[in-house]
Design a protein around this ligand. Structure first.
Ligand SMILES: Cc1cc2nc3c(=O)[nH]c(=O)nc-3n(C[C@H](O)[C@H](O)[C@H](O)COP(=O)(O)O)c2cc1C
Length: 277
């Protein structure tokens, strides 16, 4: 199954997650057969260097079209598709009118999507939450986009409560665009969800567990935190980031409590290596 000219290796993706989806983590998910990785939200005006060796979906996060054309020209060769975030419920998004708080400004959204469409031949998608504007957003997506990602929780729900499956199915029925479903995808419901939607993305269930992507297609996971450490050195990730991921990776391990206590007192990479040597 394709999204415009892009054919993912399978139908299960890594959901965009700010902080969590650093380049080392995304590469491990790819190794575990994740069909497509996503970056977290990225403002097109950023001057930071962005690593895209996993050929991910790059997610934009902004309130107007400023800088989009130049940014997309710079990175277009290195990505599989472009996504626009219309779902972020965070306080900072509220303060600046980003993400889920841009839903009401259809004019601004249209300008952004038009600019994105004109800047690439690769697929363009939007990621939305459940909101009274959803159907209007689908209309815009039909004009400019190649797929829609739906996380059927409201902005007020954040990440808690049940995702509204009826709502997600209503969106699926309302359009011919492929639907990428997001919300509590697990080993238990993956088969059922694959029958309802074109693609799925896994969020919190993948944090610290890139092997979930292998398990979801009945393969054996093959990566470890040591692999993450090696990649984090290659890409010169900060100690703060590596420690954060160390905590994530140990959550599901035996003796996690003891390990996490050790992590708390670590000050640098050498302390970390001692635990893993
Ligand atoms: C730590 C964290 C960071 C997230 N960052 C983003 C983001 O940058 N962009 C985005 O569209 N969604 C973001 N999300 C939402 C996820 O992509 C996903 O839609 C949501 O977590 C529901 O899926 P899940 O139940 O599988 O976690 C984030 C979620 C979490 C937990």
């Amino acid at each position: 199954m394709k999204i415009r000219n892009f054919k993912p290796t399978n139908r299960i993706f890594l959901a965009p997650m700010e902080e969590v989806n650093d380049i080392a983590f995304r590469l491990l998910c790819k190794k575990e057969n994740c069909g497509l990785t996503y970056t977290g939200m990225i403002n097109p005006l950023t001057k930071e260097e962005i690593h895209l060796e996993d050929k991910p979906a790059l997610q934009l996060f902004c309130t107007n079209e400023k800088g989009i054309k130049e940014f997309m020209k710079k990175y277009d060769r290195k990505v599989s598709l472009w996504d626009f975030n219309l779902g972020c419920p965070a306080k900072t998004a509220k303060r600046h009118g980003f993400g889920a708080f841009l839903h009401n400004d259809l004019e601004a959204i249209e300008k952004i999507l038009k600019t994105m469409r004109e800047s690439t031949k690769k697929p363009v998608t939007i990621k939305i939450r459940k909101s009274p504007q959803s159907m209007k957003l689908i209309e815009l997506a039909e004009k400019y986009c190649d797929a829609v990602c739906v996380h059927p929780r409201t902005q007020a729900q954040g990440y808690s409560g049940e995702p509204d499956m009826e709502f997600a199915e209503k969106i699926k029925k309302s359009t011919k665009l492929p639907i990428i479903y997001s919300g509590d995808v697990t080993e238990k419901n993956v088969e059922k969800l694959l029958k309802k939607f074109d693609f799925l993305m896994v969020g919190r269930e993948a944090i610290g567990k890139p092997g979930i992507f292998a398990k979801l297609i009945n393969k054996k996971p093959k990566t470890t935190f040591e692999d993450y450490l090696k990649l984090s050195e290659k890409y010169k990730l900060s100690f703060k980031q590596v420690k954060f991921q160390a905590m994530n990776f140990t959550k599901s391990q035996e003796g996690a409590k003891k390990l996490r206590l050790q992590f708390f007192t670590m000050k640098n990479f050498d302390d970390l290596r001692k635990v893993y040597s």
